[in-house]
Design a protein around this ligand. Structure first.
Ligand code: COA
Length: 155
């Protein structure tokens, strides 16, 4: 942990079990570990670590050669509402940009098993504050996107 919040470090496939456990504890839903590992192998991710262990993460997967899909950003409740989500997102955005991606997309869907309108709206609020724009909406799903800064702008 740092005085600014949890310690942030790059993630990898070895983090899959800790991420899955955190999702299962916080969101009370199971997660497909094989898909999670494939994502972690595919695109940059960032882990937030504190004295209690894994405190958050952000990961995605390749969507196109120069576009990445941000699949999940989550902070343990003990760190929410203190700017740490923005800090985590900024770090994964930097890593994605450094990996050569030029844009990031994401889906906010009410149609995922267990999704509820309140949490979906909260997540969408966060995405919009992070600079995403709505690209399309089906009624059940909102697709958002954002240009990534050029790597020289994020150093
Ligand atoms: C989304 C999440 C990572 C945000 O983390 P956080 O530390 O609480 O967020 P921050 O304090 O850094 O807030 C960042 C910005 O998002 C905004 N924001 C955060 N939660 C919001 C909400 N529920 N509705 C609208 N805006 C929200 C804040 O107002 C802030 O805006 P500002 O910096 O312009 O003032 C955290 O709440 C979480 O883990 N939620 C559950 C998982 C989830 O929904 N993930 C997102 C979709 S994958």
């Amino acid at each position: 942990m740092t005085e600014n919040g949890p310690f942030l470090r790059p993630g990898g496939t070895h983090d899959a079990e800790a991420i899955a456990s955190l999702i299962e504890i916080v969101n009370r839903r199971p997660i497909d570990r094989a898909r999670l590992e494939a994502s972690l192998a595919d695109a940059p991710s960032v882990m937030a670590v504190d004295d209690e262990g894994l405190a958050g993460f952000a990961y995605g997967r390749r969507f196109a050669p120069d576009v990445v899909e941000l699949q999940n950003v989550l902070l343990a409740p003990r760190w929410r509402g203190r700017g740490q989500g923005r800090r985590l997102f900024a770090e994964v955005e930097r890593a994605m940009s450094a990996a050569g991606y030029r844009a990031v997309v994401g889906a906010n869907s009410l149609l995922h098993p267990g999704a509820d309108p309140e949490h979906c709206a909260a997540a969408r609020g966060f995405w919009l504050r992070m600079g995403f724009r709505v690209l399309m909406a089906t009624g059940g799903t909102v697709v958002l996107g954002k240009w990534l800064p050029h790597p020289t702008e994020t150093r």
